[in-house]
Design a protein around this ligand. Sequence first.
Ligand SMILES: O=C(O)CCC(=O)C(=O)O
Ligand SMILES: [Fe+2]
Length: 269
Amino acid sequence: MMMMMGGEDDEEEHQRSVLEQVFGPSISDEDNDCDGRSDSDSDMAEQYQRTVLEQVFGHSSSDEEEDDDGRSDFESESDNWESIEEVKGLWILRNFLSIHQQTRLLSSIESEQWFTQPSINQAMRFGYQNLPHWAIKLSHSIHRSCYSSSSLFPPNLLQREPLFDQMITNFYQPGEGIAPHVDLLRFEDAIAIVSLESSCVMNFTSESQSVPVLLTPGSLVFMFGDARYNWKHEINRKPGFQSWQGELLNQTTRTSVTLRKLCSSAAPI
Ligand SMILES: O=C(O)CCC(=O)C(=O)O
Ligand SMILES: [Fe+2]
C-alpha cells in the first residue's frame, strides 16, 4: 500500500532548480565562465545555499536547544517520505520527530495551559505573528522536510512563504476523534498534521473508497491536491473502531498539531 521514495541526485537537481526559480541563478552559475569549479567557488556556492536556506526557513543555529544527536529543535532526522498510493497527494513522514522532540513539543504545548479544563480540547491561532514560537519552528521544520524531498511536492507549495500561518492543536481523550470532513476552503492547499501520544487510524474516504492510514506518534502527514480537496479524513476512536492489521489499538490521550495557511481573501474567524 505504501511506497518509499529516494533518489538523492534527482533531489539535488530539483532543489537547485527550485532555488533558482525563487532566487535566480546561484553565484557559481553566474560567475563561472569555465567548466570546472574551484574549491573556493564551491565553498562560496555552499555558503550561498546555506544563506538562502536560512533566509527561507530561518536559522537552525546553535542557540536553539539541541537533541541528544545534535539536531536542533524540531529538525527532522528522516526524509523517508511514504506516499499513500491510493490517495493522490497524501504523504507521511513517519519518523518526523524523535522521541526527545516529541517530548519537547508536548511540554511546549502543555506550557500553553490550553487544556486545563476538560471542556476545552482545541486551541487555534490565526496569523503567522500569533503562532507560538514552537509552532513557527515546527512549520519551518516541515517546510525544510518537504524542501529536502522537493521533487515530491508542487513547486508553488515549496515556494510559499510562509508555508503556514494558522495552527490548531487538538487534544483527544480516549474515545474522542474527529468526524469525516474536508478542511474548509478558506484554507489554502496543503495541510500538515503532526501526531503525538496515542497511535490512531485516520480514514480517508472518497465515494465508495476507504483508505486507512496509521498515524504513529512523531509522524507528519502532508496532504495536498486530491488528498486535501477530494478525500474526507476522519478519526473514529469509538470503542472497537481503532484496529490496525487485525489488532485493536490501545487508545490513550492523543495530541495533534495541524498547520494550514489561510487564503488571502478569507478573513480570520
Ligand atoms: O487531529 C488530527 O489528526 C486531525 C485534525 C483535523 O483533521 C483538523 O483539525 O481539521
Ligand atoms: Fe482536517
